[in-house]
Write a protein that binds this ligand. Sequence first.
Ligand SMILES: Cc1ncc(COP(=O)(O)O)c(C=O)c1O
Length: 325
Amino acid sequence: MIKLDAMENPYDLPEQLRHDWLQHLAGVNLNRYPDADMLPLRRKIAKRDGVDPEQVLLGNGSDEIIQMLLLATNPGTCVVPRPTFVMYDMISRWLKRPVASAPLRADFSLDADHFLQVCAREKAEIAFLACPNNPTGNLWDEETISRIARGLNGQLVIDEAYGPFAERAHTHLISSNVMVLRTFSKLGWAGLRLGYLLGDADQIAHLNKVRMPYNINALTQASAEFLLDHFDVFEQQAAVIRSERERLHKALARIKALTVFPSQTNFLLVRVPDAAAVFTGLKQAGILIKSMHGADPMLAQCVRITVGTTEENDAVIAALKEMSL
Ligand SMILES: Cc1ncc(COP(=O)(O)O)c(C=O)c1O
């Protein structure tokens, strides 16, 4: 099965790097608890991202950091755009935190004034903006995001899970109430479960109080420290994925029955005549994608296709061309 349903990087580690990584892991003492403070790893990440190690909080995937944020922030409403990444809403509800949403416009752009009005009306304590957004794939314009950053009274979390595939980052907006969330999952380390939050040092210290002491296991810590020294490999893979995304976009846009939305991520949102039929047809062709139909009225008859390798993308193009859409 060609797996294009979870926004994973389709490329595994190159042979030599895999060999060296395994040798590095052989030095880990499994009988010992992991390093709870993880200063060496935070230092490496901080250096790469141009912040201080005290500004870095590590999580077992960014999902865990979303949970920490929703646990540690004052009780009060969480505001999100709609549609967006489902975990903001789900985790808020698990934690009995009210959630309010501001719908995107029909073209998936975000109305900053309306978003801020909803935040003010609901007395938002926290808001999440996925930049670029999942599942729509687009990146809201800079002025929209900075206006929300300036105008919000509560905490703003700018989630850059798809940052490696986007034309712009937002670390310059970090302040006492604006944080940036990142993950290594989409860059090729989904199996390691490692995400991080960048923010004001006081905010990070506050959030660190709800972090489980050993939330990042020893193998993940050792892997990340090793792989960060070979980051060019993953940056090159991301560049290939970006150019494959453009190629896939063009090829699918040529199929009359499809509407392909602009993407700054490693996936494409595509409106098809019948999402269930396309999902089943691709599955029969050995390709697994995600149907978004039913997730939100704005996503009616939409499917989300992760960008794969050249061969995988060719298989998607061929299968969709063959279907009588
Ligand atoms: C916008 C966004 N944020 C966060 C995540 C979670 O990533 P992870 O927990 O793998 O770091 C995802 C996963 O799909 C996502 O789409």
